[in-house]
Ligand binder design. Structure first.
Ligand code: SF4
Ligand code: FES
Length: 374
């Protein structure tokens, strides 16, 4: 551990002071049949031959369970692109992990869903891109995707596995939020998660086309509030508002290295999805070290734990235990410094500039979408 890091965090006895992770996101593969312009996966994707093997993933799950992880999110790319998905699910379930499959639905058949149910899969999170075949398939860049998703939802419902529908909303589908909520109810979902697009990875290229307008965001907030009242007891509605229009940043990942970790298809262990955009940090893989050592002892995980790393205004701010200074990757992208106050915060010296840029970009006539390359 570098002396700079050691002097600013819990390195003296990290195991005693850092709680174990509660959740792990296993990005089983970057392969994906869809081409969503809002994809937050990195520009350079892991190829199939670099992916962890079945045995390696099961070993990671074993380590995660021993470390204290309770929730395992099986994600991608499209996790159904892994032929061993049922085997991996069965192994995770046998370790007592709560398993959540995060899927576009493309690549799942009725038989495969039944196999996943039989393996003990606990929950399915199915993405939608819109509420009509034309609109949804245009955003996903995949013809026939919408119809497949509708079928997948009905097969999941038939197994009794609880279903969450999730949608990334942006300038081009923001007017459909009410219809998305109604669609989730029709599909038998117990929960809908509507998250405003974040500009990490590929999505950054589509900022001018996807950034919602202030009016859209205000309308969406009212729509969600009314729907929560209307569907109370029927559907849980999670909503992640557009933070570019918020006063304070979100507590990204519940705080760096506090609640969860991500493992990339090649086994790199990250504190968050976009952490590799921070050039000063290096991240180990599960082929190089144990999950436990990486969680408790690595420089990367310790870099932004606690508050000693913070600069002003965060350091003396009463909200620092609420939002932890916001998102490190957003600070890197917008301020050029991962230790800076997230520029979304009204106390950031960069907030005014962000507001000007946001208003300018969101007022641009829709640019051509740049689809995620496969
Ligand atoms: Fe959060 Fe820092 Fe802003 Fe305070 S100054 S609200 S800790 S981002
Ligand atoms: Fe990395 Fe927010 S995405 S800290």
């Amino acid at each position: 551990m570098s002396s700079a890091v050691a002097s600013t965090n819990q390195a003296a006895d990290p195991v005693a002071r850092v709680p174990p992770p509660m959740a792990m996101l296993a990005e089983l593969t970057h392969r994906c049949p869809l081409a969503c312009p809002y994809c937050s996966n990195p520009i350079a994707l892991t190829t199939a031959d670099e992916e962890l093997s079945t045995a390696e993933w099961i070993d990671v799950f074993n380590q995660a369970a021993a470390l204290g992880v309770l929730h395992l999110h099986l994600s991608g790319g499209e996790p159904a692109a892994r032929r061993d998905l049922v085997e991996l699910t069965r192994a995770a379930v046998s370790l007592g992990l709560y398993t959540n499959l995060i899927t576009s639905g493309v690549g799942l058949t009725e038989a495969r869903i039944n196999d996943l149910a039989e393996a003990g899969l606990d929950h399915v999170q199915l993405s939608i891109q819109g509420v009509s075949p034309e609109g949804a398939d245009r955003i996903a860049g995949y013809k026939g995707g919408y119809e497949r998703k509708m079928a997948v939802a009905s097969w999941v419902a038939a197994t009794g596995i609880p279903l969450t529908v999730n949608a990334v909303c942006h300038r081009q589908n923001m007017g459909e939020i009410e219809a998305m909520i109604e669609l989730a109810i029709r599909l038998g979902a117990r929960r809908v998660e509507i998250a405003t697009v974040q500009f990490h990875g590929w999505a950054e290229r589509n900022k001018a086309a996807l950034l919602p307008t202030r009016e859209q965001v205000e309308h969406a907030t009212r729509t969600v509030a009314a729907a929560r009242e209307k569907y109370q007891g029927i559907l849980v509605i999670d909503y992640v508002p557009a933070d570019y229009y918020s006063q304070y940043p979100k507590a990204c990942m519940g705080g760096w290295g506090r609640v969860g970790l991500n493992v990339t298809p090649s086994g790199r262990v990250l504190p968050c999805h976009a952490a590799e955009t921070i050039p000063s940090l290096t991240f180990k893989t599960v082929r190089e070290d144990t999950l436990s050592a990486i969680w408790y002892e690595s420089d990367a995980f310790n870099a932004y734990r606690g508050d000693a790393w913070m600069a002003e205004p965060c350091r003396s701010c009463e909200r620092k235990q609420v939002d932890f200074g916001g998102c490190r990757c957003q600070a890197m992208a917008l301020a050029g410094d991962a230790r800076a106050t997230d520029p979304v915060c009204i106390r950031s010296p960069l907030r005014e500039r962000l507001t000007r840029d946001t208003d300018r970009l969101s007022a641009m006539s829709p640019a051509t979408l740049s689809y995620r390359g496969r």
